[in-house]
Design a protein around this ligand. Structure first.
Ligand SMILES: *Cc1c(COP(=O)(O)O)cnc(C)c1O
Length: 391
């Protein structure tokens, strides 16, 4: 295990003349040239000097350094949102008439992006079952990129990274993982992964304030490719939002540790609840994917999905709504915050899926995704249990 949270969070490569302890915030759109002779030089070597905040800014630079240390990658770039991070990869590395594989149970906006935007550039997604080795192998020569989420959304499925990395290297395919659900947790450095992305909106900020995204890679050429794209597209994160995330990173580990502890406890308690029909959570011993979990992740995570027992579709939907509406837990599409969040995925983030697709992915009308927060564990548990009284 390689983990250097404290030392990474303490680095401040850019302490200013004033020797500030807390990371400073540079709200400036451009930087002065010392003289015209140097301005020529600065422009030539814009990778090394701050000249304009769309190219670089010290607050962003520090955030990128810290995220790359935390996730054990050499290079990091921050962007306006998680979707901007995903967009940048596809638009830079795929060309017209190329195809790529994606897992189907992913974030809703990502599916929309594939079907409604990439489609216009004639870049086609093939949604395949990444768990079925034969379906992967039979189609592998057709594709240029494989995309999936480290923990699929919302039914928290894991994929075998060792096998997928092996295939990607063998067939020279770009491997791109959305790691939003497992910051600090996924042992991504064990596998030769080309890119991972994060939505900083979720765990990195953790307080429901801002949107942000990050891309990480170990390959200098891939990094420079995206770096140049950002310079001229303007998808960079703002310095103020970077600074907020910098502040949040300082307590990310403590938040995550306690959120995971809470979720572990809740899963144990949920197991004896007669109203709950299915629980999705990989960190428990007899879970069907425990073995993959054990090798790929340092800890389990803090998101639990569960379905409610009922005879009819309508009852299932109604009962899950009653539970959500009668508890103090926020009902919103975000996740990873320090306060707990409920979401019925079937009618919100995954409503674009057909009935058949939903049943293949185990997303029934009552599936509730619970992002476990930092509240007192008994407070959360009793609140949810009392809200069950309404069904
Ligand atoms: C939220 C989310 C995104 C998109 O991030 P934004 O910051 O909202 O653009 C992408 N992938 C996953 C898994 C997410 O949860």
């Amino acid at each position: 295990m390689y983990f250097n949270y404290n030392s990474s969070i303490k680095i401040n490569v850019l302490k200013s003349f004033f020797r500030e302890n807390s990371d400073s915030l540079f709200i400036t759109s451009s930087f002065c040239f010392k003289n015209t002779y140097l301005s020529e030089k600065f422009f030539k070597f814009y990778n090394f000097y701050n000249i304009y905040s769309r190219f670089s800014n010290p607050t962003l630079f520090l955030l990128e350094k810290k995220i790359s240390f935390l996730e054990n990658f050499k290079f990091c770039l921050t962007l306006t949102s998680g979707m901007a991070a995903i967009f940048s990869i596809f638009i830079n590395f795929l060309y017209t008439n190329q195809q790529f594989f994606s897992s189907l149970n992913i974030f809703g906006s990502t599916v929309n992006f594939f079907l409604n935007l990439l489609f216009k550039f004639k870049i086609t997604v093939l949604f395949i079952n990444l768990i079925n080795f034969n379906s992967l192998k039979n189609n592998i020569l057709k594709i240029n990129l494989i995309f999936f989420e480290s923990l699929s959304n919302p039914n928290l499925k894991l994929f075998n990274l060792k096998l997928l990395s092996y295939l990607c290297k063998k067939y020279k395919i770009i491997q791109f993982i959305d790691n939003t659900f497992t910051p600090l947790i996924l042992n991504s450095y064990l596998y030769d992964i080309d890119f991972i992305s994060h939505s900083c909106t979720k765990f990195f900020d953790g307080q429901g304030r801002i949107l942000g995204g990050a891309l990480l890679t170990n390959n200098r050429n891939l990094f420079l490719n995206i770096f140049n794209f950002l310079k001229f597209s303007g998808f960079n994160l703002s310095s103020f939002d970077s600074w907020l995330i910098l502040k949040s990173l300082e307590n990310l580990f403590v938040r995550l540790k306690n959120q995971i502890f809470n979720s572990f406890f809740l899963v144990k308690l949920f197991k004896y609840n007669l109203f709950i029909s299915k629980i999705f959570y990989s960190g428990i011993l007899n879970y069907y994917q425990y073995k993959i979990f054990y090798f790929q992740q340092i800890f389990s995570n803090s998101i639990i999905s569960f379905s409610i027992k009922s005879n009819t579709i309508e009852m299932r939907r109604l009962n899950s709504w009653k539970i959500i509406n009668n508890s103090f837990i926020s009902n919103t599409a975000n996740l990873g915050d320090l306060s707990s969040i409920f979401n019925n995925c079937s009618v919100t983030t995954h409503s674009f899926l057909s009935f058949i697709e939903k049943s293949i992915l185990n997303i029934d009308e009552s599936l509730i995704r619970l992002s476990v927060g930092l509240e007192d564990i008994f407070d959360i548990f009793y609140n949810i249990i009392f809200s069950f009284n309404n069904i």
